[in-house]
Design a protein around this ligand. Structure first.
Ligand code: KIV
Ligand code: ZN
Length: 514
C-alpha cells in the first residue's frame, strides 16, 4: 500500500465510530447506501463495522465486503481470537480486506479497565496481530488511548506491532485530549525512535472533545502520518471524529503547507455524501459547519459581496463547486421524465426498486406542482422517505390538524400497519404536540421529544421544511430521524413516526436474533 509516499490514505469510519454517535444508528440498507457513496467518493478504506458486536453489524460488514468495490473493507476487532475470526469471516469476500485490532495501552486503561501489566498488553497485541495475519495480509493495530500512553511504552508497542505483522499502526487520540503541537510531536517522536516504522503506514484517529480533531490530524500528517481516520460530518463517539470533508479540503486548499501530499478523494462528491449521511442518521449539519454547512459559501456582508464580485478570491478560499455545492442547484422540473429522475438519484448514491422509484416519482411531480424549483435535497428527502416506508411497520396515511389563536390544537391521524388502518385524535399544546400524542395513542409507544429543530431544505418561501427530531423512548432508547414537507406539522409527524419505526424494527431484529 505504500507505493506513493505522498498519498494520504483516507480511512472512513462513519459506519463504525460514526454509527456509535448517540442516536445515529443506521439500518442495513442505510449502511449499504452510505458504503456505496463512500466508494464513489473514493475513500481508501471503509471501516464497515464491528462484526462481533451484533449479528446486524456482522451482516452489514459482510454485505459491504461482498458488494462494495474499490476501497479496502475493514472490520474492527478486539485483541481476542473470537472477535478476530468473526471479523475475518465478515470481510473475507472483499476485493481488499483488512482486520483492524485494538487494545488499550495507556496507564489509566491498563490499570482500571484491563487490569494488565505492560508486558501482558504487548504479548496480547502481538499474538492477535499474528492471528489476524493468518486470515488477511492487511492488518491494522490501534493502541487505544495512545495519546495518553507513556511515549516510551507507545514506541515499544508500535515497534512490536509492526514486527508482528501490522501493516498499518493507528495512533488514536481516543478521548480527544491532545492539542496539535503535542500530537504532532508525538508522531514525530515515533518516527524518530521506532526503528521499523517505515515498514507500516501510520494512521491517526482523533476525537473532537476539545474541537481539535481536524487540527490534530493535520499536525500528525505534517509529522509523517499518512493515514487519517475520519467520518463524514465528523460523526462519532461523543463530540465525534475528525470530519473527513475538513481534513480533505484542508490538505487540498493548503497544499503549500503539506509538501505535495494529496488524497484520492473526489471532492466534488463531498456535499452529496454529507447530505446523505445527515439524512440517513437524522443528525443535522449545523449551518456554519465548515465545507458542507448551508452557510459555508454564503456571503452576507455588503463589503464581502462587493469584494467577491470584483474578485472571488478576496473572500473565498475554495469554490463551492469543488465540494459539489453548485451542482445541487436546480436539477429537475415537473417535465422531467422517470429516466432523468432515476439517473439523478443514482448519482446521489441511492438505488431504488421500481416500486420505490414510481412512488418517489409521483411525490416529486406533486411537489413540483407546489414548488417551482426542485433541488437535490428535495429529491433526497422524497426518495429516502419512500425507501424507508417500504420496510416501515407504521405508515402515515392521513394527518389533519386544527389550530389557531382561539382554538385548542387538535390532530386527527390515520396510520396503516400492514393491511390494517388505525385512526385516532388528540389535543395538545400546539399542532405538533397534538399530532405526536395521537401517534403515541395509535402505536401504544410513548416517546419523549428531546429535540425538535426546523430548517429550510432549500431556498425560497416555498421551500420544504426539514424537521429533525430526537426521541427518547420509555425503554431508554434514544433515536433521531428527519423528514421534510412543505407542511412542517406533517414533517414533524413523519420524523417522529420514523423514530417509532426504527425502534420497532430494532426490537424485531433483537427478537429474531435471540
Ligand atoms: O477512538 C478510538 O480509540 C477507537 C479505536 C477503536 C481506534 O475508535
Ligand atoms: Zn474512535
Amino acid at each position: 500500500m505504500k507505493d506513493d509516499p505522498n498519498h494520504v490514505y483516507i480511512f472512513d469510519t462513519t459506519l463504525r465510530d460514526g454509527e456509535q454517535s448517540p442516536g445515529a444508528s443506521l439500518n442495513h440498507r442505510e449502511k449499504m447506501e452510505i458504503a456505496h457513496q463512500l466508494a464513489l467518493l473514493n475513500v481508501d478504506i471503509i471501516e464497515a463495522g464491528f462484526p462481533i458486536a451484533s449479528p446486524g453489524d456482522f451482516n452489514a460488514v459482510k454485505a459491504i465486503a461482498e458488494s462494495v468495490k474499490g476501497p479496502t473493507i475493514a472490520g474492527l476487532a478486539r485483541c481476542i481470537d473470537k472477535d478476530i475470526s468473526r471479523c475475518a469471516e465478515a470481510v473475507a469476500a472483499a476485493e481488499k480486506a483488512r482486520i483492524h485490532v485494538f487494545l488499550a495501552t495507556s496507564k489509566i486503561h491498563r490499570e482500571f479497565k484491563l487490569k494488565k501489566a505492560e508486558h501482558e498488553i504487548l504479548k496480547q497485541a502481538e499474538a492477535s496481530i499474528k492471528y489476524a495475519r493468518t486470515f488477511v495480509d492487511d492488518v491494522e493495530f490501534s493502541p487505544e488511548d495512545a495519546s495518553r500512553t507513556e511515549p516510551e511504552f507507545l514506541a515499544q508497542m508500535v515497534e512490536a506491532a509492526i514486527a508482528a505483522g501490522a501493516t498499518t499502526v493507528n495512533i488514536p487520540d481516543t478521548v480527544g485530549y491532545a492539542i496539535p503541537s503535542e500530537f504532532g510531536d508525538l508522531i514525530k517522536r515515533l518516527f524518530d525512535t521506532v526503528p521499523n516504522i517505515q515498514d507500516a503506514i501510520i494512521n491517526v484517529h482523533c476525537h473532537n472533545d476539545l474541537g481539535l480533531a481536524v487540527a490534530n490530524s493535520l499536525a500528525a500528517v505534517q509529522a509523517g502520518a499518512r493515514g487519517v481516520e475520519c467520518t463524514i460530518n465528523g460523526l462519532g463517539e461523543r463530540a465525534g471524529n475528525a470530519a473527513l470533508e475538513e481534513v480533505v479540503m484542508a490538505l487540498k486548499t493548503r497544499g503549500d503547507q503539506f509538501d505535495g501530499l494529496h488524497t484520492a478523494i473526489n471532492t466534488e462528491r463531498l456535499y452529496k455524501a454529507s447530505r446523505l449521511v445527515s439524512q440517513l442518521t437524522g443528525m443535522a449539519v449545523q449551518r456554519n459547519k465548515a465545507i458542507v454547512g448551508a452557510n459555508a459559501f454564503a456571503h452576507e456582508s455588503g463589503v464581502h459581496q462587493d469584494g467577491m464580485l470584483k474578485e472571488r478570491s478576496t473572500y473565498e478560499i475554495m469554490r463551492p463547486q469543488d465540494v459539489g455545492i453548485e451542482a445541487t442547484e436546480l436539477v429537475l422540473g415537473k417535465h422531467s421524465g422517470r429516466h432523468a429522475f432515476r439517473h439523478h438519484l443514482t448519482e446521489m448514491g441511492l438505488v431504488l426498486s421500481d416500486e420505490e422509484l414510481e412512488r418517489s416519482y409521483e411525490r416529486f411531480i406533486t411537489l413540483a406542482d407546489k414548488k417551482k424549483q426542485i433541488y437535490d435535497d428535495d429529491l433526497l428527502m422524497i426518495a429516502r422517505e419512500e425507501m424507508t416506508e417500504a420496510s416501515d411497520v407504521y405508515v402515515l396515511d392521513q394527518l389533519h390538524v386544527s389550530t389557531g389563536t382561539d382554538t385548542v390544537p387538535t390532530a386527527t391521524v390515520r396510520i396503516c400497519k400492514g393491511d390494517d388502518t388505525f385512526q385516532d385524535a388528540a389535543c395538545g399544546d400546539g399542532p405538533i404536540d397534538a399530532a405526536l400524542k395521537t401517534i403515541d395513542r395509535i402505536t401504544g409507544i410513548q416517546g419523549k421529544l428531546i429535540d425538535f429543530s426546523l430548517q429550510a431544505v432549500t431556498v425560497g418561501k416555498d421551500a420544504m421544511g426539514e424537521v429533525s427530531v430526537r426521541v427518547k423512548f420509555e425503554t431508554g432508547e434514544l433515536l433521531s430521524a428527519k423528514s421534510a414537507s412543505t407542511d412542517i406539522v406533517e414533517a414533524g409527524a413523519r420524523a417522529y413516526l420514523s423514530c417509532v419505526n426504527r425502534l420497532v424494527s430494532s426490537r424485531m431484529k433483537d427478537d429474531d436474533e435471540a
